[in-house]
Design a binder for this molecule. Structure first.
Ligand SMILES: [Zn+2]
Length: 410
């Protein structure tokens, strides 16, 4: 983005954002009204609105004939297209895919989730995601003919092939090869792919009002993953494995892990592992809903399991926090909202682990507001590409796949 073209693109994008923001807050406006509100010349404003109209981000809503004083040709009034999906975020978990669609003003206008079995192939997962995206269109009226970019989160380590090294995954886990091509071919839009938990960490860091620049993020879900923001940068590591706290050994004699090792944090603190431990302790707990009920009842066996898991999580986070000295440690995932005692115990253990640090201790917060949709929203945040956290990330607009001349709505 250091070239003249890059600077022009940035200026144009800034102008576009101001125009879209004005239409978002004021509703339909004529070009003359828009020019006054955003402080652009009529010529520049015409160029910007022409591009936005061509892209399908805005529409001609009506004319000002009804309210116009005096004579002259009625002026067209422009408005956001409320059903035009501009950014698509897709979060593939181990057992479900979550999709979120945002409009030109970055508002999420549709989202949904579809479940699948853990062991299905990537082509099957992609097919289920396409089905969900089509269903959202039928149910909400959102269309994808003007998509600007697609962000995709996948489980496990991931390094974009465009970053100069091939994408990799765990030895025993199928790499999500072909995901980017499948979406690019289906929607004719640039695609970026990254680890879904890293994208969730990004979403969490971006939504912090004080813009956290040193953040350690752990997500407890069907798997356990992490993301690191260090010195204001989302860190990937040399091959995409940075932040994979789920595969730090927590119990050397523990259960086999999907990665091929034994006793990883994921075998203790993933949602399936926690539910299983609760059942083994005598709790009647098959689902997260059952767990919520047991927590509400104050089931002592379940409470003990959650505290034990919290201690283990706290010890692993303690080692990472001692290494990185983050300002905040955030634990995300639906389960932390259901079982706050887990987070409280992790926080207590972390305080002990970091006791020797005299000040500036990190504090744990839950992934506030961002729940199961965090990965999909992070994927959208990544393609907005406006965060300095993403310095060094491949620019989706620099993809070899250019936007097509003609787009068709689904
Ligand atoms: Zn593992």
């Amino acid at each position: 983005m250091s070239s003249t073209t890059g600077v022009h693109a940035l200026v144009r994008r800034t102008h576009e954002e101001r125009v879209l923001s004005a239409l978002r807050s004021h509703g339909a406006l004529s070009r003359g009204e828009l020019a006054k509100r955003v402080g652009l010349s009529r010529t520049t404003l015409s160029e910007i609105t022409a591009q936005l109209l061509q892209r399908g981000a805005i529409i001609v809503a009506d004319t000002d004939a009804a309210t116009r004083a005096g004579s002259g040709r009625p002026a067209e009034r422009l408005a956001l297209d409320p059903e035009s999906g501009q950014f698509l975020g897709v979060d593939f978990g181990h057992r479900r895919v979550h999709v979120a669609v945002a409009d030109a003003s970055h508002d999420v206008i549709a989202q949904g989730v579809e479940r699948y079995e853990d062991d299905i192939s990537w082509p099957e997962r992609i097919s289920i995601a396409f089905g969900l995206i089509d269903r959202l269109s039928r149910e909400t009226g959102v269309h994808y003919g003007a998509l600007q970019a697609i962000g995709i989160g996948v489980p496990g380590p991931y390094t974009s092939a465009r970053a100069g090294v091939p994408a990799v995954s765990w030895k025993k886990q199928l790499a999500p090869d072909g995901v980017d091509d499948a979406f690019a071919e289906r929607f004719h839009a640039p695609v970026i792919v990254d680890n879904n938990t890293r994208l969730a960490a990004l979403a969490e860091a971006i939504t912090r009002p004080d813009a956290v620049d040193n953040l350690l993020y752990l997500r407890l879900s069907d798997g356990v993953g992490g993301g690191l923001v260090v010195a204001g940068r989302l860190v990937t590591g040399s091959r995409g494995f940075a932040g994979e706290l789920g595969h730090v050994t927590a119990d050397p004699t523990g259960l086999p892990c999907r990665c091929g090792k034994r006793g990883c944090l994921e075998t203790v603190a993933s949602v399936p592992a926690i539910l299983r431990a609760c059942r083994e302790a005598g709790g009647d707990v098959d689902t997260l809903d059952d767990l919520a009920l047991a927590v509400a009842k104050g089931d002592p066996a379940v409470d003990m399991v959650l505290r034990s898991v919290g201690s283990t999580v706290g010890r692993v986070l303690g080692a990472a926090a001692m290494t990185l000295n983050p300002r905040e440690v955030v634990i995300g995932g639906e389960i932390v909202h259901i079982a706050p005692v887990l987070v409280e115990q992790a926080a207590a253990t972390l305080r002990y682990e970091l006791y020797s640090i005299p000040s500036d201790q990190p504090h744990i917060v839950r992934a506030a507001q961002l729940r199961d949709s965090d990965g999909a929203l992070g994927a959208i945040a990544a393609i907005f590409h406006q965060s300095p956290l993403l310095a060094g990330y491949p620019d989706p607009t620099a993809s070899s796949r250019s936007l097509p001349q003609q787009r068709s709505a689904l």
